[in-house]
Design a binder for this molecule. Structure first.
Ligand code: 5GP
Ligand code: ZN
Length: 119
């Protein structure tokens, strides 16, 4: 049994509020949302960071990014052919960025004004 939280959610061992799923990706609501929409998009396969995934399987990274876009449309953050009202996709890498779960995840955030830089 893995001790990776998101692998366990993918395996159905820990409940997840799933909003989008493909054969290779899963998206579920963050347990501690930082915006009205805060969804995490993960590859079903374990990869620790975005760069590790880009090196190991760029096609899978593309599938994760595409899933993030589909979540944004589904959540009303963008039209299929546009970017209005807009949203943010971020991924934290390492302790200085506050990465706490070492299974790559894209945060999809929206539904409020998102300041930049985020601080
Ligand atoms: P990180 O800090 O690694 O970029 O993001 C990890 C995210 O996972 C955080 O936003 C945190 O709220 C979320 N998270 C932690 N534990 C759980 C959980 O058990 N379920 C869900 N849905 N999200 C979680
Ligand atoms: Zn994992």
């Amino acid at each position: 049994m893995t001790d990776c939280l998101f692998c366990r959610m993918v395996a159905g061992e820990i409940p997840a509020d799933v909003v989008h799923e493909t054969d290779r990706t899963l998206a579920f609501r963050d347990i501690n949302p930082q915006a009205p929409t805060h969804v995490l998009v993960v590859p079903k396969e374990h990869h620790p960071t975005v760069v590790a995934l880009a090196q190991a399987d760029p096609g899978l990274l593309g599938a994760v990014v595409r899933a993030a876009g589909e979540v944004a449309v589904q959540e009303g953050l963008a039209t299929e052919d546009g970017v209005e009202p807009g949203y943010r996709v971020v991924t934290n890498t390492g302790p200085a960025a506050g990465q706490t779960v070492h299974h790559l995840h894209l945060h999809v955030l929206g539904g409020r004004d998102l300041r930049w830089p985020p601080g």
